[in-house]
Design a protein around this ligand. Structure first.
Ligand SMILES: [Zn+2]
Length: 234
């Protein structure tokens, strides 16, 4: 697993070149955001050991297998960690893929996994998890949330954007790395989320697939323009 320190408080952990999870430093330890595909647990835990800090909280951006695949395995080895999940993600993780009546009734895409580790705390949009503010970020999936670090403006956006193969709003195809687009549920909702995340004016954009962008405004605007254009022609 490749480990990249992105800022004073943020590390990107990358498996197979394009599958990211993140460690966020807090005063009492590390928050793990996403757990990678199955088989990532030992590398994640070894990274925390190398940073000489305990993982005290585990959370997920959404319930796709490349983000939640090692969730149970990591949690099993961190019995004292808080397990903090979006309420909507909890529903997906128990295998209930029913859409809410308020959500677009489009087909869910991508591979959702089931997990058995119960949440010790459930999140809603606007809640804080340490220094991270939770921002609802549906579109790629209904349950996706993003995390905005109030200390330095870093944004962990899950798959709301990708930077692998070129920066894109969820649902916009990048042929060099097509998987996030292929796994996206509802493009129009993803575009609304892109506006919301842009308006946070992040200093860094950290995504599930691809490198972290510093000062990402221009790249985000360009990706949004392209998504808008593709939706007009539909
Ligand atoms: Zn995903």
């Amino acid at each position: 697993m490749k480990v990249t320190q992105v800022s004073e408080n943020l590390w990107q952990l990358t498996r197979l070149g394009a599958f990211n999870c993140y460690l966020v430093r807090e005063v009492d330890g590390l928050t793990l955001v996403d757990t990678g595909m199955s088989g990532s647990a030992n590398s994640i835990l070894a990274t925390a050991v190398s940073l000489n800090q305990p993982i005290t909280r585990i959370t997920l951006t959404h319930a796709h297998g490349d983000h939640a695949g090692s969730f149970d395995a990591v949690a099993a080895q961190l019995q004292d960690a808080d397990i903090v999940l979006n309420a909507r993600t909890v529903q997906f993780l128990v295998g209930d893929l029913t859409l809410l009546s308020t959500e677009p009734q489009d087909k869910l895409r991508g591979s959702f996994v089931t997990c058995t580790t119960p949440a010790t705390r459930q999140l809603q949009s606007g809640d804080c998890l340490g220094s991270l503010r939770v921002v609802a970020a549906p579109g790629h999936t209904p349950d996706q949330i993003a995390f905005f670090d109030e200390r330095d403006g870093s944004l962990i956006a899950g798959d709301a954007f990708q930077t692998a193969g070129g920066t894109a709003v969820a649902g916009q195809m990048r042929w060099l790395f097509p998987f996030p687009a292929m796994a996206t549920w509802h493009k129009e909702t993803a575009l609304q989320t892109a506006y919301t995340l842009r308006d946070l004016n992040p200093t860094r954009l950290a995504v599930g697939h691809g490198r972290v962008l510093k000062n990402p405004q221009t790249a985000i605007e360009k990706a949004i323009r392209e998504a808008e254009k593709s939706m007009k022609v539909r």
